[in-house]
Write a protein that binds this ligand. Structure first.
Ligand SMILES: Cc1ncc(COP(=O)(O)O)c(C=O)c1O
Length: 437
């Protein structure tokens, strides 16, 4: 039985609970029928240019035929297998190919399902690493505004992002230090970096031999408003951590796979963290999959004859073969010279359009890192629930752009297949809308 557009929307309204949504005030969900490259097609005939890569996952846009084919082929061979006692070709090959692009000896991949679980695994690995060494280190240090996902450990590390007030009592304490966010023409950046490092010194001094790890979203804090820091800061952070004897975790769930221009923010900054989390772009947006990558010495600390030293953690769909096959196909696309050239062009195009907007009366703090461009819309409320966010979103949707401001922060994070003309049109609409709010 074929259901009409209205019947499907009624089923959704009756039975589906949407994420990050107040059902009492939200407009009915848009029924997506299909997607091709940077465009999403809705059942009511409207089209939306996806400038947020559908929550930062669809690196190559929608409906990429090469990834779809790789999944179909893999589904004919092996759709899923228990990942204890068994392995399979896509998992082994994907682990080898991703680690080959990572800096240093980040060689060992632990698979899980999404960004939150990748972070949860990193935090648990860090904790048990010290335990296996006979040390009791349970303090985690995170950065103000950091967002690491919605599981309890990830929420605890991201408590200052402001997303988790409903669960404050569930979270374990985490030490938080300032994130030295910067933007075009920022004269204070070095002072902010020095203040952040001094705050880290104070936390280290307050908890001698108790800190298990320091976690950061490198180069760009995503959910708290595309807040950017300099690679110089990450190098200084790494140097401090090496003398402090604790572990450095890079949450590259959003920054991975060329979002920041380089393949990974870590490689771009020239920093080798001890643990690194990847998800989102890993499968090109086709399937949920994630990795926590560990340096060799971390894996070695779990090695032995004793089960209690092992990492007794796993998920039913760990290293799902379809997801891994999608990951391999997505990497082929990403490493193609044409895709790499397009990433460079997107950054240049963003730069030109940001510079044009920089003097506008309601625009501040323009910033750019790789394919992520952002600015603050001034003269409005701040924060996730700021009214300006909804007004802007509605104005963009009416003009066929999927753009979801984070509070007063407007950002563009397009799929790499977006054409020059599509991106120009998007920026034209941004200029028009900002001129009228
Ligand atoms: C940096 C970062 N870490 C972790 C997560 C959580 O990922 P997921 O939503 O796939 O659980 C996100 C999601 O936006 C993120 O941006």
């Amino acid at each position: 039985m074929t259901l009409s557009y209205d019947q499907l929307r009624a089923l959704d309204a009756r039975h589906v609970w949407h994420p990050f949504t107040q059902a009492g005030t939200a407009k009915p969900a848009i029924l997506a029928l299909g997607g091709k490259a940077a465009t999403i097609y809705a059942a009511d005939g409207r089209e939306y240019l996806d400038l947020v890569s559908s929550w930062w996952v669809n690196m190559h846009g929608h409906g990429n035929p090469a990834i779809a084919q790789a999944i179909a082929d893999q589904a004919q061979r092996l759709e899923q297998v228990i990942f204890a006692d068994f392995t399979h070709e896509p998992a082994a090959r994907l682990a080898q190919r991703v680690t080959a692009l990572l800096p240093g000896d980040l060689n060992r991949v632990f698979y899980s399902d999404d960004g939150s679980t990748a972070v949860e695994v990193a935090l648990k690995l860090a904790h048990q690493y010290w335990r296996n060494l006979g040390e009791d280190r349970s303090v985690i240090v995170a950065f103000e505004g950091g967002y690491h996902g919605d599981t309890v450990g990830a929420m605890s590390a991201g408590h200052s992002s402001g997303y988790f007030n409903a669960w404050k009592q569930m979270l374990f304490p985490v030490e938080t230090i300032p994130f030295p966010e910067t933007w075009d023409g920022d004269a204070e950046v070095e002072a902010k970096e020095a203040a952040a490092l001094a705050a880290l010194d104070r936390v280290l001094a307050a908890h001698p031999d108790r800190i298990s790890s320091v976690i950061i979203e490198p180069l760009i804090q995503g959910a708290s408003g595309m807040r950017m820091c300099r690679p110089e800061f990450l190098r200084a952070l790494e140097a401090k951590i090496r003398t402090a004897r604790t572990l450095l975790i890079f949450d590259e769930v959003m920054t991975g796979f060329c979002r920041t221009g380089g393949y990974f923010a870590s490689a771009k900054a020239g920093v080798t963290p001890d643990l690194l989390c990847l998800s989102k772009g890993l499968t090109g947006g086709f399937l949920p999959l994630s990795m926590t990558v560990a340096r060799d010495f971390i894996f070695d600390a779990f090695w032995g004859q004793d089960l209690s030293r092992a990492f007794l953690h796993g998920h039913s769909y760990t290293a799902n073969p379809l997801g891994c096959a999608a990951g391999l196909a997505s990497l082929d696309l990403l490493q193609a010279p044409a895709c790499q050239a397009r990433i460079t062009e997107i950054e240049a195009q963003h730069r030109r359009r940001l510079d044009r907007l920089a003097g506008a009366p309601n625009v501040a703090h323009t910033r750019l890192c790789g394919t992520v461009a952002a600015l603050d819309v001034t003269g409005s409320g701040q924060g996730y629930g700021a009214g300006i966010s909804d007004r802007l979103k509605t104005a963009f949707m009416e003009r066929g752009l999927l753009l979801r401001p984070l509070g007063h922060v407007l950002y563009l994070l397009p799929p790499y297949c977006i054409t020059d003309a599509e991106l120009e049109r998007a920026w034209d609409v941004v200029e028009e809308v900002l001129g009228s709010v």
